[in-house]
Design a protein around this ligand. Sequence first.
Ligand code: NAD
Length: 249
Amino acid sequence: MGKLEGKAAVVTGGARGIGREIVAAFAAEGADVAVADVLPKGEAAPVLADVERAGRRGLYVRTDVSREDEVRSMVDAVLETFGRIDVLVNNAGVLSLVPLEEMPVEEWDRVLSINLRGTFLCCRFVLPHMLGRGEGRIVNVASQLGQIGAPELAHYSASKGGVIAFTKALAREVAARGVLVNAVAPGPISTGIMPLQSDGQEEALKNSLPIKRFGEVGEVAPTVVFLASADASYYVGQTLGPNGGDVML
Ligand code: NAD
């Protein structure tokens, strides 16, 4: 029996990258999975095929997580199709490299809106349902840069630090009512989200890691499965770090 047998999950940003791997891992562990992503539906065909191959139900709801109306409709659509939401994974995120003295205010707002406001909005509209049932799991995908920061990534680092603080606050607020909230803070994972300017820059970044390589998407998803599963029943407000040893807390 899978670790998530019979559960219904929502994974934001699940059409590609780390999110796609989380969706596939959830389905392999027995969950029905709704993918909420801003990409056109056609781009979610491969991940929905992963879910079907695992014999589970998949649903795609095109959603911009920074928009309240779209998040509300997405949650309604998932509840209508699956009847419930046991697990919410807030994975949708964006990144850009911009020195602060050149950063357009609009770019700061865009990154904060998707990474932090989007996490808030999805929690805001899924929580009443979870609290009503007295159970649920929320896993927020932060980043180790929310713990240590990085140059030219002040907006991204602030958004992910915000996600970690938000996770702790919400975890304290709802744990006794049956909803467990935790986060993962990955290190550099090969997905293309990080715009590396040259092979030399990539090698230097790899060499700075204790493990001397970037992580793979399959090295993040198992941590998310764990936090969503019964195995993590005593984890509250924690931030787990699949990061190759870059950050050790
Ligand atoms: P990715 O770009 O491959 O995937 C991000 C997904 O989010 C895409 O499917 C994209 O369409 C979706 N998305 C973007 N904006 C959205 C919006 N407004 N509404 C809904 N969906 C939206 O990136 P990834 O590397 O797979 O990153 C996934 C998460 O992991 C992000 O939150 C990212 O910050 C975090 N993360 C990534 C790394 C890394 O090195 N790859 C490290 C730490 C944390």
